[in-house]
Ligand binder design. Structure first.
Ligand SMILES: [Mn+2]
Length: 237
């Protein structure tokens, strides 16, 4: 049987004029293509359910979504900050802590890399264009990026380097990024302007990327090795 992988859902506050669980199909179909069986976990306020969720799956995917409440890294909101949802942030950070305690593989995408970084005590640029100095590439493309938008330089010695070599082109749909690193995270890739594009955990099986491999997967299989590596780690658990 293909390994069950918990997909930590986001919420959309105004879908159907009421809050709704949201997971774009691109994430679950990408896991399926890589041999995984996604299982969507909606936000719950009942944290006693989290250990039950964690025991049911081999690994966790943290997907893209809204900005993160800067209160979690002791900053006041800047005016360029997008929508935040403190309850969702807390739920996702609680889910991560249980995943880490059980040493389950984690793949984080876009908001996923950001929530993991904040959960581990790191900080974010609340808005790259207004806060990153010197000025940088356009990391927030206007359209959904099935195509690639900028290059990233990958650190030798990382699993990402084993998969893709020193340079790849990726898409870019984010206006936030890591400012200071969370505990035990190591940078594995940067954009040419210095923006952090990927990190891993020193000891735990966690791969975190700022780009959207699941959207690139709608166009070709260039990012299939990333999903396959994650699913294989889950299978071996
Ligand atoms: Mn980018």
């Amino acid at each position: 049987m293909n390994p069950l992988i918990g997909v930590i859902a986001n919420i959309d506050l105004n879908r159907y004029d009421m809050p709704a669980t949201v997971v774009p199909l691109a994430y679950t179909t990408s896991l399926e293509k890589a041999g995984g069986q996604p299982l969507i976990f909606p936000l719950t306020l009942d944290e006693t359910f989290l250990p039950v969720m964690a025991d049911a799956v081999k690994g966790f995917l943290f997907i893209g979504g809204n900005d993160i409440d800067p209160g979690f890294y002791n900053e006041m909101p800047e005016k360029e900050l997008g929508k935040v949802d403190k309850t969702l942030d807390m739920f996702q950070m609680a889910a991560l802590k249980i995943a880490m305690a059980r040493e389950k593989p984690v793949l984080g995408i876009c908001r996923g890399i950001q929530i993991v970084n904040v959960a581990l005590g790191g900080t974010l640029f609340q808005d790259i264009p207004s806060q990153f100095d010197p000025p940088v590439l356009n990391h927030m493309q206007d359209t959904i990026s099935f195509e690639t938008d900028h290059e990233v330089d990958i650190e030798p010695g990382s699993e990402l380097h084993d998969l893709f070599g020193s340079h790849i082109r990726v898409n870019s749909r984010h206006h936030q990024s890591i400012k200071t690193l969370g505990k035990d995270l190591i940078i594995t890739a940067r954009a040419p302007d210095g923006v952090i594009e990927a990190v891993r955990h020193k000891t735990l099986p966690m791969e975190l990327v700022q780009w959207h491999p699941e959207l690139m997967m709608q166009k070709n299989n260039d990012m299939l090795p990333l999903f396959k590596m994650f699913v294989e780690k889950c299978r071996l658990r």
